[in-house]
Design a binder for this molecule. Structure first.
Ligand SMILES: Cc1ncc(COP(=O)(O)O)c(C=O)c1O
Length: 434
């Protein structure tokens, strides 16, 4: 049914290269050498990407173009995770109370380096939700008579968290709809106008890459505009790390929530919160913290027992990603997106919801059939793609402009996968016109 690269065929002799916490290689030596030889960026080299795809066990049941929910672990990462699960399960406290603390500290240092942050500025969470709830719920530089800004493209539970946190602090919520079609200029103008219209704003939630449409907003510029006006920003970067070539200084934000189980391909259950050094006092300590006077970031997120095996496997995920390199990963995801979008952009009945300006999107992009804005119509469209063409996508709702279908390629997708999507969409549009 599926049109993808025959992944089994290209598997040929690639060993898994399992590593421990600090050592080992994410890829077998021959593959690593091939990767190192290939130029950057290398977005259209199907042979190279077939070798990467061969590192993933992708379902053959469908063409998987819904990879935004969480990311698949590459096979070497999965093998490492399975080893850590066995070890944590076997040694339990004997490991936890002796060596595990030091191992986890090492993981945290690696992640901090990867994010280009200080190790004291990040703390692990189980996901972006936990990180952002701690930041939104704990933010204390706002009170009665003041206001916080959210937008329609923000993630639903983060909007809800803002609404309840602000109600508790006696502050108001201002909600805007981001312009559609979006452009770099009109997104900046929308935030600037909201900031100017509401002088009592003290906080803004910014979603770097929207889970609804894939729109990437110019966070750094908006943060700067906000800062000039005494407005703090909490940035939802759940979809950023690994999808775009970015590190925390690029956002220049003081408070950020992140995921490592989406685009970094770590095991499920790994996220992180970032609080810029010097801003810790703006976030209340976690209610379960036993040292509320502490200035340590750990006092702001109290998770209790975590999936230690997942955390211990993060270095394997980072190694795998670093072997490909961030610019090459980001370029490939964009190239997959650009290919299907180019195949449908000229069709008057297909509305692609992110602009082609490379500053405004990454790999993820949504569309709808022009004029079809109901959840019902877009659910039926996603069902049609699956039932008739074997292509898996997902309905997204919550935009003020209406519902849509989101397409999220991953590193294991081929150009043939996205060509199949474009062909299916053109056919559906043609049939509507007939
Ligand atoms: C923009 C955005 N923010 C936050 C989240 C929450 O991430 P998680 O479910 O991993 O906590 C998601 C999940 O898809 C998201 O897309």
């Amino acid at each position: 049914m599926r049109s993808a690269i025959d992944r089994r065929r290209v598997l040929g002799g690639v060993a898994t290269g399992i590593g421990g916490v600090a050592g080992g290689g994410g890829l077998a030596a021959p593959l690593r050498a091939a990767v190192a030889r290939s130029p950057v960026p290398d977005a259209g080299d199907e042979q190279y990407w077939a070798r990467i795809a061969a590192q993933y066990d992708v379902t053959d049941d469908v063409t998987q173009l819904e990879n935004g929910n969480w990311g698949m672990m590459a096979r070497p990462v999965l093998a490492t995770y399975q080893e850590h699960v066995a070890r944590v399960n076997r040694d339990t406290s004997f490991y936890a109370r002796r060596g595990m603390g030091a191992d986890l500290r090492q993981v945290r240092e690696q992640v901090a380096r990867f994010l280009r942050a200080d190790v004291e500025e990040i703390v692990f969470t189980r996901n972006a939700t936990e990180a952002l709830k701690a930041l939104i719920g704990g933010y204390n530089r706002i009170g009665a008579g003041e206001a916080a800004l959210i937008a329609d493209l923000d993630y639903d539970s983060m909007q809800d968290a803002m609404v309840s946190a602000m109600a508790r602090r006696g502050a108001e919520i201002v909600r805007i709809a981001l312009p559609e079609p979006a452009s770099h200029a009109n997104i900046l103008a929308a935030y600037e106008a909201a900031f100017d219209r509401h002088p009592r704003l003290r906080l803004v939630l910014l979603t770097h890459i929207s889970h609804r449409t894939g729109l990437q907003i110019p966070v750094r510029d908006i943060v700067a505009m906000a800062r000039e006006r005494g407005i703090d920003a909490i940035v939802d970067a759940a979809h950023s790390l690994g999808q775009v070539d970015f590190a925390l200084p690029d956002l220049d934000a003081d408070f950020v929530g992140l995921n490592l189980h989406k685009w970094i391909g770590a095991p499920l259950g790994v996220g992180a919160a970032y609080i810029r050094r010097g801003r810790i006092a703006a976030i209340d300590p976690d209610i379960a913290d036993d040292d509320p006077g502490s200035g340590a970031i750990d006092s702001r997120v109290h998770t209790g027992t975590l999936d230690f095996a997942a955390l211990l496997s993060v270095p394997a995920a980072l190694r795998f990603q670093e072997t490909i390199t961030a610019p090459r990963r980001a370029a490939r995801l964009r190239a997959l997106r650009n290919r299907w979008v180019a195949g449908v952009r000229e069709d008057r009945d297909i509305e692609v919801l992110t602009p082609d300006d490379p500053r405004m999107h990454a790999g993820m992009t949504a569309f709808r059939m022009r004029g079809q804005t109901s959840a019902h119509e877009n659910r039926a469209l996603a069902a049609q793609l699956l039932d008739r063409f074997g292509i898996f996508t997902v309905l997204r709702t919550g935009l003020d402009s209406g519902a849509c279908v989101r397409v999220t390629p991953a590193l294991f997708n081929s150009m043939a996968d996205v060509d199949a999507l474009a062909g299916a969409l053109r056919q559906i549009a043609e049939e509507r016109r007939a």
